[in-house]
Structures are given as C-alpha cells and as structure tokens.
Design a protein around this ligand. Structure first.
Ligand code: ZN
Ligand code: ZN
Length: 253
C-alpha cells in the first residue's frame, strides 16, 4: 500500500526522516510528501502564507535534494509531491508553478471558502441558509478543481464535514456532481484519514459519498494526511480496514 498524502516540516508536519521511519513501521511500500503550497497572487492567501512561514514554492528544490538523500536510507518508495491549495482564480499561477516544479504528482485541495479556511469559526456565526449556501459553493469548487485537470489527486472531497457548523449540509446531489466530474477526469480522489482520530471521527469521503464514487467506478488513492509519525502509524491500519470494507478500487499514480 502507498500513502500518497503525508506532510513534513517543509509545511506543517514533522521531519521527513521520522515520517519515513513510521511509514516503514506501518508496512507501507511507498509514501509521498505532499506538503502544503499556495501560489495565489491574491492578497489574502499571500498574507496567510507569510504568517505561516512555509512556502513550498520557495523550498521544493531543497526538499527534493533531501528526499533523494533520504531514499538511500529507507527501503520504501518515497514520492516528491505537493498539496496545492486550489481556487478557480489561481488556475494560471497553479498551472505555471506545477509545470516548472515538475513534482512526482500533485494533490489539489479546496481549503478556502468565502476567503477563510473551511475549519474556521466564521461559519458558526452564519445563519443556517448561509451555511447551506457555503456548502453548495464548496462542492461547486471541488467540481471546478476536478474539471481543471491540474491535479493527479483531489484531496479530502468532503472536508466541509470537519467543521461542525457546515456538517450535514452535503447532499446526494453534491456527491453525484463530484462523482460524475471524477468519472470524466484523469484526477483521482483519495480516501483521506485526516480526521479519523479527531473530533469528526470519519474518513473523507464519508460512507455515502464513497459508495456514490464506487457506483461511478471511480477508484481512490490512499492518504493518511498524517502530520506526525504517530498519526501515520495509527491511521494506516484504519485505512487498510476501511478499504477492505468499502468495495472501492485503489488507483496507483
Ligand atoms: Zn488538505
Ligand atoms: Zn494534507
């Protein structure tokens, strides 16, 4: 099994060496570093990136050298990848950067909705109808991400479920729209374990969404979305069990 979505200290995770040790301990055959990257020219994301301090667009060559060096020490495949923030306004910048950086593969993510991260409390202050509208906008954006054909993998398809204020507004129509777009695309969704051991306690996509994908013969990649060695060790067996039970095919990149 390959885990195509882990983080390192090149974004908001831990050292690559300790992540690789954990990947080997978990019995993985391969692991991909998909560190966060945002290349938007818009003011909000530029300020956010400055405050966070990690800029994979500025450091990917250094990380690439480090990955090449680490490969000698670990008996598993190691992929040089990226988790790119997607917004329709940023497509030109994303396309140019991905062409220049030439990663092993690119994971695309919708993290931003209404100018804020989907995790934010901002949504708890909205009336119910506005929360539902925000979730509509989110799924429109996921369809746009898939249709852009910019990415190999579409990350955590129902990430809005992580936010209790947005949870429960996703509908079968949303799932159908995303599944139909994926069925027509070379972009593959992932089975993401990023909140399986946290408050939300479910995989992305959830069981209903995953069965809609299976109905459309859409295969998935595996992504622990681990930021620490311990979460990687804990999530891989959970992902194995979920995949075995789900009846979806796995894709390799
Ligand atoms: Zn993400
Ligand atoms: Zn991630």
């Amino acid at each position: 099994m390959y885990d195509y979505h882990v983080h390192s200290n090149y974004s908001d995770g831990e050292f690559m060496g300790s992540m690789l040790r954990a990947a080997a301990d978990a019995g993985l055959d391969g692991v991909g570093f998909a560190d966060h990257c945002n290349v938007s020219e818009r003011e909000g994301p530029r300020r956010a990136k400055k405050r966070l301090g990690f800029n994979l667009d500025a450091t990917y060559e250094r990380r690439r050298d480090a990955i090449a060096d680490l490969r000698a020490d670990y008996d598993i495949r190691v992929f040089d990848a990226v988790e790119m923030d997607y917004h329709p306004a940023d497509e030109a910048e994303i396309r140019a950067f991905l062409a220049e950086a030439d990663f092993g593969y690119a994971v695309g993510s919708v993290h931003e909705l209404r100018g804020v991260n989907v995790h934010r409390d901002y949504f708890a202050d909205l009336p119910e109808s506005e929360r539902a509208a925000a979730v509509d906008e989110y799924f429109d954006r996921v369809v746009a991400l898939v249709e852009s054909e910019l990415f190999d993998v579409a990350a955590h398809l129902d990430i809005v479920e992580r936010n209790p204020a947005l949870r429960g507004h996703a509908t079968a129509d949303h799932y159908e729209a995303v599944a139909a777009a994926l069925a027509d695309s070379s972009t593959v969704p992932e089975l993401n374990a990023g909140r399986v051991d946290r408050e939300y306690g479910e995989f992305h996509p959830n069981a209903e969404f995953l069965s809609v994908l299976a109905d459309h013969d859409v295969a998935v990649t595996v992504g622990s979305d681990a930021h620490t060695p311990n979460s990687l060790r804990e999530r891989i067996p959970l992902l194995r069990d979920r995949l075995a039970a789900a009846g979806v095919d796995t894709a390799t990149l």
